[in-house]
Design a binder for this molecule. Structure first.
Ligand SMILES: [Zn+2]
Length: 104
């Protein structure tokens, strides 16, 4: 089976009907067999539908929604990495301070 990340990269073009017939068949087949990608596709369609129905918004392309979701994930991963780094630095400082106290 094709990697889910590749399929998810293709979904915006799939939604915009911009894929070749061969690529569309690959995505169709993957969506039939992969519940995670099917759920992901449903969620970006739902978000696009919500945006399209808000006042003041024109039609949203799925590629824009996909880009927004990916940007949010990058921010979440970066925040997670920063928190992890800060936690590790705090633990190292605690261990270092405990070592100094035990020497005194
Ligand atoms: Zn998948």
């Amino acid at each position: 089976m094709i990697d889910c990340n590749i399929i998810r990269d293709l979904l915006p073009m799939y939604s915009d009907d911009a894929l070749s017939i061969e690529s569309k068949c690959v995505v169709d087949s993957h969506l039939r067999d992969c519940p995670e990608c099917r759920n992901y596709y449903s969620s970006i369609r739902r978000i696009a539908y919500t945006f399209e129905n808000q006042e003041g918004h024109g039609s949203y392309r799925y590629s824009e929604i996909h880009r927004l979701i990916r940007r949010r994930k990058i921010i979440e991963y970066s925040a997670g990495a920063l928190i992890s780094a800060a936690s590790i630095a705090g633990i190292i400082k605690l261990i270092s301070d405990a070592g100094k106290k035990s020497k005194d």
